[in-house]
Design a protein around this ligand. Structure first.
Ligand code: C2O
Ligand code: CU
Ligand code: CU
Length: 477
C-alpha cells in the first residue's frame, strides 16, 4: 500500500463509515454478532476498556541495529499489552493496514462465539476495513491475541500481543511483567524468510533469532532481594520452550486459565506453543548473572534440539521486597471425580496424500466434528497417533487435564492448550456453558494447523438443532 493510500484511509472517516461493520460468513452470524455486541456490558463498578488496533507493515529491529520489515499491531512487536480487570468489557476496533485480510483471535478468553475472530464466525477484515470486537472479560489470567488468518506468515512477522486480566485477589509481588517469547527466521538481510519447504511444513518453523518482547536475546534486570511475577507467553510458531532461569528454582503460580490451587517450586517448566505460565522469580543476590534459556527438548521433529538462550538476567542493587505468595492461591473445583468414560476421541495424526504430508484429526483435514450440547460434561481423549508432539488447543473454553497416559497431572488447573506427546493420550474434561455457536480446536504448531490438523464443531442448546455449517473463508493456503 502506498504512503498516499495509507494517509487517505487513515484520515478519512467517511471513507470508512460506509463500509459494513459486520462481516459474517452467513446471515445467521450477523444476528449472533449484533446480539453479542449489545450484550457485552461491564459488571457494576467496572468499565469498558477501549483499544484502537491497527495492523500494518513497518521497520522493526528484532536484532539491534538491523532493520526488518515486520508486521504488527500498532507498529510494535509484540502489540501493546492489553490490561483490564475481571468484569470489564474489552472493545477493540481493528483497522487492517496490511496488504492482505486478517482477523484477531482472543486466545484463552471465554467470549461469545461471534467474537472469536476465526474465519468460521466472520469474514476476514480486508485491507482498509475496520471491525469491532466487544466482549466481557470473565477470568483473571494471562491471555494473548493473534490473527486467525494466514497465521504461519502473519504471526511469524510479529502479529501477536498479550492480555493481562487481573482479579480481586492477586498475590502481591514486587513487579508484574509480561515476557512474550518467540523466534523468527531471518535471511542475511534480516528479512523474514518466506515459508519454507517440506521439512518446515513437517516440523513447523523454528527460527534462529530468539526474541523476548520483540528483541533478540535482551538483557533483563531484577533488583536483588525482590520477587517478581513473570507472565510468560510462548508465541512461537513451533518452538517448545523448556524454560530454565540459570538452573535456579522458581515458583509456578498460574497457567493458561489463571492461578493454580497452590504454588509449586520447580527448576524448569515446559511451554508448548501458545502455552502460558505465571512464575514467581527471585530473590537473587546483587551481581548475579543468570541465563534465561530453553533447555534442549526433543519434540521429535526432524531438527536436532539443543539449549538456546532467550535472555540474560542481571541482578542489580538491592531493593526492599513486599512479595508474599500465599500457600493457597485459588480453589478449583474438579469437573470429574473418580473413573469416567470418555465421551469423544480426538485422534491427531499424519497421513500421506497426493498433496504430500497431511496433518489430520480423526483422519480428516479440517475435520467437521459433531456438536456439543450446553451443560453436558465433555470428557475427551486426545490421542496422538503420530511420532511427534502436538500442542492441542481448544477455543473459548477451559479444560482440566485428567491424565496423561493414565497419570494425573502435578496439579489441577484450567488450560486451553496442552501438549500431547507422541503415541500418547491426554484425557481432558470441560463443560460447555451457554455460548452456542461455531468453535474449533487445533494443533497450535501453525504449519500443522494450516495443513489441516484442526476441527470445528457447534455448541448447541439442549433440544436445538445445530444451524447448517458455516463455510470457512480461506483466503490463503
Ligand atoms: Cu492461538 Cu486457534 O489459536
Ligand atoms: Cu480451516
Ligand atoms: Cu502438530
Amino acid at each position: 500500500m502506498s504512503e498516499h493510500q495509507h494517509h487517505h484511509d487513515h484520515g478519512s472517516h467517511s471513507h470508512e463509515s460506509h463500509r459494513p461493520v459486520v462481516h459474517a460468513p452467513q446471515a445467521d452470524a450477523v444476528g449472533a454478532y449484533t446480539r453479542a455486541y449489545a450484550e457485552a456490558q461491564p459488571d457494576p463498578g467496572r468499565t469498558v476498556v477501549s483499544v484502537d488496533m491497527e495492523t500494518s507493515e513497518f521497520d522493526w529491529e528484532f536484532i539491534p541495529g538491523r532493520t526488518t520489515r515486520a508486521w504488527g499491531f500498532n507498529a510494535q512487536v509484540p502489540g501493546p499489552v492489553i490490561e483490564a480487570r475481571v468484569g470489564d468489557v474489552l472493545e477493540v476496533r481493528l483497522t487492517n493496514r496490511l496488504p492482505e485480510p486478517t482477523t484477531m483471535h482472543w486466545h484463552g478468553l471465554r467470549l461469545p462465539a461471534a467474537m472469536d475472530g476465526t474465519d468460521m464466525v466472520q469474514r476476514p477484515v480486508d485491507p482498509g476495513e475496520t471491525f469491532t470486537y466487544r466482549f466481557r472479560l470473565p477470568d483473571a489470567g494471562t491471555f494473548w491475541y493473534h490473527p486467525h488468518t494466514h497465521e504461519a506468515v502473519q504471526m511469524e512477522h510479529g502479529l501477536y500481543g498479550a492480555i493481562v486480566v487481573r482479579g480481586p485477589d492477586e498475590p502481591v509481588l514486587d513487579a508484574d511483567r509480561v515476557l512474550v517469547l518467540d523466534d523468527v527466521m531471518l535471511d542475511d538481510d534480516a528479512q523474514v524468510e518466506p515459508p519454507g519447504g517440506w521439512i518446515e511444513r513437517h516440523n513447523g518453523r523454528e527460527g534462529g533469532t530468539r526474541l523476548v518482547n520483540g528483541r533478540q536475546e535482551p538483557e533483563l534486570t531484577i533488583a536483588a532481594g525482590q520477587v517478581e511475577r513473570w507472565r510468560i507467553v510462548n508465541a512461537a510458531s513451533a518452538r517448545y520452550v523448556r524454560l530454565s532461569i540459570g538452573g535456579r528454582p522458581f515458583t509456578i503460580i498460574g497457567t493458561d486459565g489463571g492461578l493454580i490451587p497452590a504454588p509449586l517450586t520447580v527448576t524448569e517448566v515446559l511451554l508448548a506453543t501458545a502455552d502460558r505460565v505465571e512464575i514467581a522469580v527471585g530473590p537473587f543476590a546483587e551481581g548475579e548473572v543468570l541465563e534465561v534459556v530453553s533447555l534442549k527438548y526433543n519434540r521429535r521433529s526432524i531438527t536436532w534440539p539443543h539449549d538456546e538462550t532467550f535472555a540474560t538476567l542481571r541482578v542489580g542493587a538491592p531493593a526492599p521486597s513486599r512479595a508474599s505468595i500465599p500457600a493457597m492461591l485459588r480453589h478449583i473445583e474438579p469437573l470429574v471425580r473418580g473413573p469416567v468414560v470418555p465421551t469423544r476421541e480426538v485422534h491427531l495424526g499424519v497421513k500421506m496424500s497426493l498433496r504430500g504430508m497431511d496433518f489430520v484429526i480423526n483422519d480428516e483435514t479440517h475435520h467437521r466434528d459433531r456438536p456439543v450440547v450446553v451443560g453436558e460434561l465433555q470428557v475427551w481423549d486426545v490421542i496422538n497417533d503420530s511420532n511427534m508432539d502436538h500442542p492441542f488447543h481448544l477455543h473459548g473454553f477451559f479444560f482440566q487435564v485428567l491424565d496423561l497416559n493414565g497419570e494425573p497431572p502435578a496439579f489441577l488447573s484450567w488450560e486451553d492448550t496442552v501438549n500431547v506427546p507422541p503415541k500418547s493420550h491426554v484425557r481432558i474434561a470441560w463443560m460447555p456453558d451457554d455460548r452456542p455457536g461455531e468453535w474449533m480446536y487445533h494443533c497450535h504448531i501453525l504449519e500443522h494447523h494450516e495443513k489441516g490438523m484442526m476441527a470445528h464443531f457447534q455448541v448447541v442448546r439442549p433440544g436445538e438443532e445445530p444451524p447448517p455449517p458455516a463455510h470457512a473463508h480461506h483466503h490463503h493456503g
